[in-house]
Design a protein around this ligand. Sequence first.
Ligand code: NAP
Length: 245
Amino acid sequence: MNDKVILVTGGSRGIGRAIALQAGTQGATVVVNYQSNEDAARDVVKQITDAGGAATAMRADIANTDDVNTMFQAIKEQYGRLDVLVNNAGITRDKLVMRLTDEDWDSVINTNLGGAFRCCRAVAPLMLKQKEGVIVNIGSVIGTAGAAGQANYSAAKAGLVGLTKSLARELGSRNIRVNAVCPGFIDTDMTQILKPEQREAAIKQVPLGRLGHPDDIASVVMFLCSPGAAYIHGTVITVDGGLFI
Ligand code: NAP
């Protein structure tokens, strides 16, 4: 990752934080995007810079077009390039379909799918000009398996696969690789909302017998950014401990 500039949306916590830290450790200059948790984003930046790396925190709500465009303008002005975009930021608003409000539906679609779209749209001209780039979208196994109480989340993550494959077809000939990584149950703030008995039930479903660690996802993302993955394109990689074998 030496000399590479990477943007991780939702880099302040959980999986995004692990991706930012691994990228920083491997020599990348890391832009840590966050929505509201400035302290957490600054902590990630501090860990990277304390270890001798380079990083900066950038606030932008990826559900907001102006915020996203302003963030990419700032990246262009500060670094002049962006080698890797990781569309990681995401939210849940879980309810059974009959109780889902328009707001529950719209906010999840607009953040988890719309946010990735906005960032891809903003980065495409930059990567086309560079004649290279890597985009990794963080989906979810729920996008293909579905889950009761997560229709909005599942629809957004399924859409992310369509976005990934279409973009891969649009950009592949220009040396821009686009892939998706779909985690299973990962131990982050997002899964902290599970009650202890739900957590135990989730673990029982996983053949490897544990929740995933954010680093389990980050290391796959790092591989997809590396020259070793030069021929991996338009692919969806599941990282779920065998949950949906
Ligand atoms: P998390 O711990 O809840 O962290 C979410 C991150 O996204 C935070 O950094 C948050 O920023 C950021 N974010 C949320 N809304 C945003 C917005 N509108 N604009 C910019 N940033 C925003 O979540 P996680 O578990 O690490 O999940 C990361 C990704 O993995 C998500 O896309 C999620 O759907 C996916 N995933 C997670 C699991 C799992 O089991 N954890 C499984 C499958 C897929 P702030 O800190 O500022 O709030």
